[in-house]
Design a protein around this ligand. Structure first.
Ligand code: PLP
Length: 234
């Protein structure tokens, strides 16, 4: 067995264990393999083991991989890196998901630029749960208003929230930060249940990476983004 296939199985075991501890169904959490900085051969190996969803931070690097891997059926590409206005067209044209939308202007551009023949772009709002002013992400207090606005854009489908808290070593600290994202998620979901339009498919909480996926799953993550744990150190 190659290292990547072995690592994937280990990560899946860790996810299953975290689900069991939290009393959650394993099927309620999916795995995004973060392939940034790794080559197309690494993606191919993970795909051979059944992995379909891949996360990339750098648009050009991702486009190069997509071109080489066109022959692989059913891959799903997620943009998880910071998004500048001049990159939105490439993202709208080539990705399936974006996790890092944190302002309306970017969302509007993505919606305008999403090609008509493709399914709506699946979008998560990035929220900044630790309040660091230099960090990407909408403040928790402003997340609901942004969600309501993004939910109205015709070529986007608002799917949920993403957060990247400051690294914390202790499980309890990781859990506390992820719980903040969960609370905002629940607030927006409740607005949808109460009738706010465009939130029918708001079901994704993109939380947890290699170091903190266990705490993220305990806090309610439905999608963990794992790079190092699958592909090795960068
Ligand atoms: C790089 C990255 C990851 C993966 O991090 P690992 O610690 O390697 O698992 C997850 N999410 C985002 C947004 C990233 O940039």
């Amino acid at each position: 067995m190659t290292t990547i296939i072995y690592n994937l199985a280990q990560v899946q075991r860790r996810m299953a264990l975290a689900c069991a501890r939290a009393g959650r169904d394993v099927a309620s959490v999916s795995l995004l393999a973060v392939s940034k900085t790794f080559g197309f051969d690494a993606v191919r190996e993970a795909a051979a083991a059944g992995q379909r969803a891949f996360g990339e931070n750098y648009v050009q690097e991702a486009l190069d991989k997509m071109a080489v891997l066109r022959d692989l059926p059913g891959l799903q590409w997620h943009c998880i890196g910071p998004l500048q206005s001049n990159k939105t067209r490439s993202v709208a044209e080539h990705f399936d998901w974006v996790h890092s939308v944190d302002r309306l202007k970017i969302a509007q551009r993505l919606s305008d630029q999403r090609p008509a023949q493709r399914a709506p772009l699946q979008v998560c709002l990035q929220i900044n749960v630790d309040g660091g002013s230099t960090k990407a992400g909408v403040a928790p207090e402003q997340a609901l208003a942004l969600a309501r606005a993004v939910a109205m854009l015709p070529r986007l489908c608002l799917r949920g929230l993403m957060s990247i808290p400051e690294p914390a070593i202790e499980y309890e600290a990781q859990y506390a930060l992820h719980t903040k994202a969960r609370a905002v998620f629940d607030q927006i979901k409740a607005a949808g249940t109460a009738g706010a339009p465009g939130l029918e498919q708001f079901d994704t909480l993109s939380l947890g990476m290699t170091a903190d996926l266990d705490a993220a799953i305990a806090a309610g993550s439905t999608l963990v983004r794992v790079g190092t744990g699958i592909f090795g150190g960068r």
